[in-house]
Design a protein around this ligand. Sequence first.
Ligand code: G3D
Ligand code: MG
Length: 170
Amino acid sequence: MDKLTFKILLLGDRATGKTSVVRKFVHEKFSREYLETIGMEPYNQYETIDDTDIRFSVWDIAARENFKPLRSFFYKGAKGALIVVDLARKETLQNVSKWVQEALSFFKKQAFILVGNKMDLVDQIQITDNELQVAVGKLPQCIGYIKTSALTGDNIREAFLKLGKNILDS
Ligand code: G3D
Ligand code: MG
């Protein structure tokens, strides 16, 4: 049987750690599916959730262009997205609804997880758990929040698995 493929997007402001998060998640790149159209290669990671083999195909926003056909190609078919904020920069939380609205404008049936990244910067945290929770409550189709560190690897795999399990169950 073919493995299930979950196309997952990484969304969020510049320098919140999107690329670092996916690089930490992915041990190896298995495929060579470089996408000419958009000038990027999705990161692939295989995981097993509830005895089901799943290929996470993770698309990093970096290559996104303002040219609409490229954007629709980027968003098309996504099953979900990690909305990444930088816990040490409060303003990165302000744009989360913008990212979710944009994703939903291209593709409706998606699940989102709010990722508070850089939790290792303990002395510089500007966003509280309560603020994350309030943001989750305002975001449509958002399953919750998780705090991560792409530096230490804390909760990185858990973030993808939590989103993946929600997609699998729906
Ligand atoms: P982006 O892809 O969202 O633009 P990057 O973000 O992954 O390029 O990360 C932006 C900067 O934040 C990088 O630093 C990266 O090392 C740092 N970073 C990412 N995740 C974490 C984290 O969890 N903890 C800490 N402390 N730093 C993190 P530089 O200095 O290379 O620009
Ligand atoms: Mg990046």
